[in-house]
Ligand binder design. Structure first.
Ligand code: CP
Length: 314
């Protein structure tokens, strides 16, 4: 594994899940593996969980973590080749990523999509610029189209709650939101859930079809009630339209998951990556009740990151 930016294979996924479970059982298992190594965590966008869990994960491997909030503390980056930099950008990605590559052993990057420049976003242009010019292993802390550390933690959570050889029914359900939200969490959840061999049903209002690259093999429906029947895991997430790129097409609050939606799903556990807009995406009664896995998911972010960094360290 040279970089960690997406789902690669079921074998690698299983290896990372086993390692994450081992670190959860004993966080100090390889406490000196990363001694003398540094990870640079570069944030072009805000974060709570990803920032802190990645730092804890690095520390538990004996690695030094340095965080740079590039959006607030760094120079405005120019991404275009051959740009005449006489406007607001101050430093070219070639120069910045080259320097960061010489300071660190691993680079971790959060770079959200524009939700306006579809062609750039779907190729994960910013992430690939950092990979190209840093010359060191790169971990995605959420890119324009994927959030693989979140998905690894989510798969660990599903694995922990799945009893015996049961094939769980996993549902990804769209939720309303007041802002246009990226597709990364939904894409990655689909990519990893299907990749790890689970059945996945995705439900959303008309017009919210995700990029088929991520959803091939799932059942896709506009009927939320039918999708939720007898579900074991219900992942709640908003995303903006993909075809009408970045648009908000629906604000129908009937899509917000409440206890009433789960009357025919007695076993259903509810997942969300957080941050969540309470009583917009998900009701208080679910978030504060026994179905909610959101705290377990967030805690598992530490061990997902620790497994990935450990694998990259070799
Ligand atoms: N789930 C997640 O990535 O949270 P943050 O945006 O707070 O890092």
């Amino acid at each position: 594994m040279n970089h960690f930016t997406q789902f690669e294979s079921k074998e690698l996924g299983q290896e990372l899940l086993e390692l994450a479970a081992a670190y959860k059982a004993n966080p100090q298992l390889h406490a000196s593996k990363g001694e003398g190594k540094r990870i640079g965590c570069i944030f072009l966008n805000p974060s709570l969980r990803t920032r802190v869990s990645t730092q804890i994960a690095a520390q538990q491997l004996g690695m030094e973590a340095i965080v740079l909030n590039m959006d607030k503390e760094g120079w405005a980056l120019e991404m275009q080749e051959g740009a005449i930099m006489n406007k607001i950008t101050v430093e070219h990605i070639k120069d910045a990523a080259g320097v960061l590559g010489s300071y660190f052993d691993v680079l971790a990057l959060r770079a959200f999509p524009s939700l306006t420049q579809k062609e750039e976003d779907v190729t994960d242009f910013v992430l690939h610029q950092f990979i190209k010019y840093s010359g060191i292993p790169v971990v995605s802390l959420e890119s324009a189209i994927r959030h693989p550390l979140q998905s690894l933690a989510d798969q660990l959570t599903i694995q922990e709650l799945t009893k015996g050889n049961k094939r769980p029914k996993v549902v990804l359900t769209w939720a309303p939101h007041i802002k246009a939200i990226p597709h990364a969490v939904a894409n990655s959840f689909a990519e990893w859930t299907l990749g790890m061999g689970h059945d996945l049903t995705i439900c959303h209002p008309d017009g919210y079809e995700l990029d088929p690259e991520f959803t091939q093999g799932s059942i896709i429906t506009n009927d939320q009630s039918e999708a939720l029947q007898n579900a074991d895991f219900v992942y709640v997430k908003n995303w903006s339209a993909f075809n009408e790129y970045g648009k908000i097409l629906c604000t129908d609050e009937r899509w917000m998951l409440t206890e009433a939606h789960l009357k025919n799903s007695p076993e259903a556990k509810v997942m969300h990556c957080l941050p969540v807009r309470r009583n917009v995406e998900l009701s208080d009664e679910i978030l504060d009740g026994p179905r909610s896995l959101v705290q377990q998911q967030a805690y598992n972010r530490i061990f997902a990151a620790q497994a990935v960094l450990s694998k990259l360290l070799g």
